[in-house]
Write a protein that binds this ligand. Structure first.
Ligand SMILES: [Zn+2]
Length: 202
């Protein structure tokens, strides 16, 4: 029986690792690379894949994307280093930055507490947040996790931990968005209103 050459099978397997890509699509991509892409495009593609793994890391302070030890936001001395906004994902930082309104720092949790998937507080960057607060320079923590069950559970959990720091104001962004919506899907106006309308979190 005829079989594709091994290198094509390997490439199909690689594409099939991507979320939302099934075997059929992976096969289509593999043949696209083989028949349609120019040699330079393939080389560029390989270079980009390697570079994103080798050159991009997580900021040692906030967990945001960085190419140095610290991300550009943590390095920026013109920003207010006494306010920290807690978000679930790196992409949430970008959504908020697009508003050009918030001038504090961030803390990226890398997910939300999801007991059904076995994601517990220990799997998230929560300890490092508490360490930052312990240093004493932070006056406000804005909880900007998603308006989902998981996001709310996570905000509650962090709020409880921050009770030990009575000098730190804890606020939650006001969601004018439908409950259940992720931050990254919010439109700019809604996000701006959510930031402006943040309230003390009790
Ligand atoms: Zn940072």
């Amino acid at each position: 029986m005829f079989k594709y050459p091994q290198s094509i099978l390997n490439l199909i397997d690689s594409f099939a690792l991507l979320p939302g890509v099934g075997k059929k699509t992976a096969e289509r991509y593999a043949f696209y690379v083989l028949n349609e892409m120019k040699q330079e495009e393939v080389e560029e593609f390989v270079k980009n894949l390697e570079s994103v793994k080798n050159d991009v890391r997580h900021c040692s302070v906030c967990g945001n994307l960085a190419e140095d030890d610290l991300c550009p936001i943590c390095q920026d001395t013109s920003r207010d280093h006494s306010i920290v906004m807690v978000v679930e994902q790196e992409r949430d930082v970008l959504s908020m930055e697009k508003l050009d309104e918030y001038k504090g720092l961030y803390h990226v949790l890398n997910g939300a507490i999801t007991f059904s998937k076995g994601i517990s507080p220990q799997d998230l960057n929560i300890d490092s947040l508490i360490e930052r607060v312990k240093k004493g320079d932070i006056k406000e923590v804005i909880l900007a996790t998603n308006a989902t069950l998981e996001g709310e559970t996570t905000a509650r959990y962090i709020k409880e931990l921050l009770v030990n720091f009575p000098d730190v104001r804890v606020s939650r962004i006001a969601y004018g968005l439908p409950v259940g919506q992720d931050l990254i899907y919010a439109d700019q106006m809604t996000l701006l209103k959510a930031l402006e309308g943040r309230r003390e979190y009790k």
